[in-house]
Structure formats: C-alpha cells, structure tokens
Design a binder for this molecule. Structure first.
Ligand code: NAD
Length: 421
C-alpha cells in the first residue's frame, strides 16, 4: 500500500488541461498513487484517445471530459485547483482564464512565450489572490533540497560562484529540439527558455533569492543544418535513406535497446507492437532527416550571469553529450560542493581540513529525480492552505528565472550583448 500523507484532511479536487506527456503521464499518476489525497474530476484535451484514456483511468464521467479548456473552465466546477500542461504557446490564455475564474493553478513552464506575458500571468494571480505554482520540478527534488540545506548550513561559507553544465544528450536533442516539439522558436519557445528556465530557477533558489543583475550569452545552431547533410540523404529516414546503417540519428535507432531510447520511443508511441510503431514513426515528425528539418533551436549555448554582491554563475548547455545529465559545482569561501542530480549524490570539500564528504540522495525512482511527484505533493498540500503557501511556492521566484532566460536569448541573438536586469 502506498504511504498516506497524514497532512491531508480532505480529498483535493483537480481539473487537468492538456492530457499529454506531462499532464497525463507525469503529474496525474500521483492521484492514482494517493487516491485519498487527490482526484481529477474533469479533463480538457482535444485528442479523443488521450482524453478518453485519461477519463477512464481516472474514472471521470463522459460529461466531464472536454475537447477544449474554454468549455471546462466556463462550467464552474468547484475545483481546488487546475493543472495546465498544454504546449508552451498554449499556456497564457488558459492560465489567465483560470486565474480570472478564481482557480489555483499549477502551470507548466515556461509560463508563456514572452517575458511580458509571463509577468502578466504572475501579476494577475497576485491581484486575484490565487495560488500560482510553476512546474519547476527540480527545485522540489530531494537532491536540490539537500544541496540548499547544505549551503544554508554555511559549511562551504559564502557562495561566490556556480558552474552548471546541462548535458542535453545527442539523442534527446535530436528528438526534442530538431525533430520534435521544441525545434522551432516561432512555434514554441527558445531552447534556453523551454528547457533551461529550470536551471535559472535553480540558481535563484540556491542563492536564496539573490537577484541576477547582468546576463550575457553566446551560442548557435551549428550542426543540425543542411550544410552537414550527408550526400543523397532522403528527407525521411524511412524512405530508403542510404545512411541508415551509419547515421547516428537514423530513426531506426528508436528501436535499439539502449536505455536512453526508451523514454523517447514512448513519446513517439507507447506500444509493444513493432510494426504498429514503425508505421506510426514513418508518419510522425520523428523519422525526418535531422539535417533537413524546420529547426532553429540553438544546439549549444553558454550564459554568464552576475548576481547581487558580485556572485557569478556560468552555465552551459550542449546537444553534443552522451548522457542526459546536469552537473553542478558551487564554490564558497570555506569549501566547495560538486555533484549531479542524475547521479543522486554530491561531495562537499572542506578547505580547512581537506576532508571530502559524500552525500547520497535517496531519490524515488520516478521521473525528474522524484521532482514530478514532489511537486504534486507540494501543490496538493499547498491547496489545503493556498493563502499561506503562496509565499513558499508562489511564482515570484519562477518569474525571475523566466526573465533571465528571455534576457539570455536576447543576448545570444545580439552577439552576447550584456543585458542589465
Ligand atoms: N516541467 C518539466 O520538467 C517539463 C518537462 C517537459 C516538458 N514540459 C512542458 O510541459 C508542457 C507540455 O509538454 P508535453 O510534452 O506534455 O506536451 P504534449 O503535446 O504531450 O501535451 C500537451 C497536450 O495539450 C493538449 N491541448 C492542446 N490544445 C488544448 C486545448 N485547447 N485544451 C486542452 N488541451 C489542449 C494537446 O492535445 C496535448 O495532448 C510544455 O509546455 C513543455 O515545455 C515541462
């Protein structure tokens, strides 16, 4: 039996907008694991199979399943909160409508596709007095909670600089940022906003809300372009491309057994039927030649940041890595801390004694190093007392991280111009 969280006195009633990968598969399973804490009572999702699968799994009556969030919000359900997990450019409208309807919201990141719209959402929530929490799941993980406690304990002294590397993973990058949902900034948001607003959020969290004052960035789309296309490559790997046996990015590689393929294979289609998978893959964007897509997401990028009191942060992201891994090194006046959330441990080195202590984190084997489950727990707990919890979980800090990410993208597009925040 799953453990019950004793803090819960009543069952929280939620609505879901967007029963896709995140909404249905990352957050909603919490309601199945802890049914006495939380229940989804309505869902909005235009794709009938997703809507009905979700409806059946969560025992939502047919009349409480909607094709569009507009119909669901207008119905006046007595919800404790709503989760908005539509695509990046489909957040602003439902978020504003939900807030205006007086609903507490858990909103996927990025909150919106521009800094202005992002600020407007946060302002609206403040004015309306509703809880707005953003799915910055990393901040909620046992790993970063532990790192924060260690920093706050003072063992490494005053933090002077942070170096953070986001190894995106070559296969992940090709899937999401060349072929998939985040490939084209006109249709979605820039890579640094979509993916790395998590990282700017983490810096702000670890630095205790210190403000970033200046930011600059370089980077480009350098590799996944027509200039690097091998001769005679077909537009779709599955149209007899002569390079399938040697190309790192052949769509047929979705079928190999390496663990890193599994998640992305499931995103293409969840099935054990190989033939059905291949038929779907051929029709999907995920079999397109990576050198002939309509992509413009930067495949490597660096950002330099200066915070209050001169604290510096350097961050870099790259498509060209084997693993999908975040690595963090934090340098203080008395010691340093170094580790990776994806390896569930970090070390603390003490300058005075020369001692090195390894801190191992016991992370639940769920997505995002436990972050998806932790944010659901925190959201549902906060809904028991949204006024009080707005301060702890509200979107103010998230807003700061978003503004930084938009500023970094501006700087990247303007040859590294320093943006004063
Ligand atoms: N927090 C994280 O760690 C994290 C990780 C990955 C993605 N994301 C973000 O989560 C969001 C969702 O990503 P995803 O991979 O789940 O996308 P997805 O495309 O799988 O899901 C979005 C769903 O919204 C539905 N939708 C579209 N219009 C709608 C409408 N009018 N009403 C209701 N539903 C509608 C779509 O049909 C789709 O099923 C994105 O903004 C993405 O950037 C966050």
């Amino acid at each position: 039996m799953p453990e019950r969280n004793e803090a819960f006195m009543k069952q929280i009633k939620l609505g879901l907008i967007g029963a896709g990968e995140r909404g249905a598969n990352c957050y909603a399973p919490y309601a199945l694991k802890f049914p006495s804490e939380v229940k989804f009572v309505c869902v909005a999702e235009p794709l009938a199979d997703r809507r009905n699968t979700f409806g059946k799994t969560h025992r939502i009556a047919d009349e409480d399943r909607y094709e569009d969030w507009k119909d669901m919000i207008g119905k006046g359900y007595e919800l404790d909160g709503v989760i908005i997990a539509t695509q990046d450019r489909q957040h602003y409208e439902p978020a504003m409508a939900a807030i205006q309807a007086g609903l507490n919201v858990l909103l996927e990141k990025p909150m919106a596709e521009t800094a202005e719209k992002t600020k407007a959402i946060v302002e609206a929530a403040k004015e309306k007095g509703v809880l707005l929490m953003v799915c910055h799941v990393l901040r909620h993980t046992p790993f970063f909670q532990s790192v924060k406690e260690t920093l706050d304990s003072g063992v490494i002294g005053e933090v002077k600089s942070i170096h953070h590397i986001e190894n995106i993973g070559y296969w992940h990058f090709a899937h999401s940022y060349v072929r998939g949902n985040w490939r084209n900034t006109e249709e979605t948001t820039p890579m640094i906003v979509a993916k790395c607003s998590h990282d700017t959020d983490i810096f702000n969290f670890l630095l205790g809300g210190k403000k970033c004052e200046r930011i600059s960035s370089f980077g480009s789309l350098s590799y996944f372009t027509r200039a690097n296309m091998p001769e005679h490559a077909t537009k779709n790997c599955m149209e007899g491309c002569p390079h399938n046996k040697t190309c790192l990015y052949s769509a047929y590689n979705y079928l190999d057994d390496r663990e890193m393929r599994q998640n992305f294979r499931d995103i293409v289609m969840r099935t054990d039927d190989r033939e059905a998978f291949l038929t779907h893959l051929k029709e999907s964007p995920y079999s397109r030649c990576v050198y002939q897509c309509d992509n413009d997401a930067a495949d490597h990028q660096v950002v330099s940041m200066v915070y209050e009191d001169g604290v510096t942060v350097s961050w870099q992201a790259s498509a060209f890595t084997m693993d999908i891994k975040r690595q963090t090194k934090i340098m203080g006046t008395k010691g340093e801390l170094e580790g990776s959330i994806d390896e569930d441990q970090y070390v603390v080195r003490d300058f005075a004694t020369g001692n090195e202590t390894t801190i191992k984190i016991h992370t639940p084997r769920t997505l995002h190093s436990g972050g998806d489950e932790c944010i659901m727990r925190n959201f549902t707990q906060a809904l028991l007392n949204p006024d009080k919890e707005s301060r702890r979980f509200g979107a103010e800090l998230s807003l700061q991280g978003h503004v930084m990410a938009f500023a970094a993208e501006y700087s990247r597009k303007h040859d590294g111009e320093v943006v004063v925040l």
